[in-house]
Ligand binder design. Structure first.
Ligand code: HEM
Ligand code: HEM
Length: 187
């Protein structure tokens, strides 16, 4: 089923989760690699892919957030303590926030530095703000600190998913896997 229920994630939410997960992990690696590449055509090429995929993630996150807001969400196992549920929800919303701050700060770095680029070398991307060197540096700081914050959150997130599966032995992780449908009377 496309939509979520209070028991299961629908295929669209799972699709968003895994597509964005793969893109973001790739983007973190690509960001560090591009930054360490000496100035030249290879660096420009790597950053064109980085920036284009970043804007793709921004569009996907916008659709994902809208979909999330109009859908029920599977409830966490009732056996979890109040603070565990609180930390789970907090981590998820912080992930959402970081996945908007990353592309928007990246877009601000490039725009304020007045470095235009074409989306996947095809469509010219308008600059978000007028040239402003100081703003570009501030946005670069935000981009870098948010990247480290995101890496920390992802470590916590994956550890929590593995804890659910291997220690608590509940169905929180399997529910997010493609094609899996657990519990409830949904068809
Ligand atoms: C989810 C989306 C994104 C992720 C996870 C991401 C991740 C990263 C990472 C890990 C770095 C290296 C560390 C640092 O920030 O200095 C980086 C650098 C950079 N990213 Fe992104 N990025 C994203 C989106 C974007 C977008 C949309 C743009 C521009 C349109 C962009 C432009 C840049 C630039 C210009 C740098 C180099 C910054 C510097 O040299 O100080 N990024 N990114
Ligand atoms: C690679 C291993 C990963 C595993 C095993 C995993 C597992 C899960 C699971 C089981 C859930 C559902 C939790 C629940 O029922 O409340 C979830 C939700 C979520 N995951 Fe992941 N995840 C992974 C990677 C990622 C990555 C890389 C990102 C971010 C780019 C991410 C972002 C999210 C978000 C934002 C939610 C909340 C969904 C919502 O409430 O709409 N995950 N993940």
């Amino acid at each position: 089923m496309l939509q979520n229920t209070s028991e299961n994630w629908g295929s669209l939410a799972k699709g968003f989760h895994w597509l964005i997960a793969i893109l973001v992990l790739g983007m973190i690696a690509l960001g560090f690699i591009a930054q360490d590449t000496p100035r030249g055509p290879l660096r420009v090429e790597l950053f064109t892919w980085h920036k284009s995929t970043g804007l793709l993630i921004l569009s996907l996150m916008t659709l994902r957030l809208l979909w999330r807001l109009v859908n029920p969400v599977p409830i966490l196992p009732p056996s979890l303590k109040g603070w565990e549920k609180f930390v789970a929800h907090l981590t998820h919303w912080l992930l959402y926030a970081a996945l908007f701050v990353m592309p928007l700060s990246g877009y601000t770095i490039t725009s304020a530095a007045n470095v235009p680029f074409k989306f996947y070398k095809l469509v010219p991307v308008p600059l978000l703000v007028p040239p402003d060197r100081a703003l570009s540096h501030q946005a670069a700081d935000v981009h870098e600190w948010t990247a480290w914050f995101l890496i920390g959150l992802l470590g916590l997130h994956v550890a929590a998913a593995l804890r659910h599966h291997f220690l608590l032995k509940d169905d929180v992780l399997t529910k997010m896997l493609p094609g899996t449908r657990t519990g409830g009377s949904e068809t």
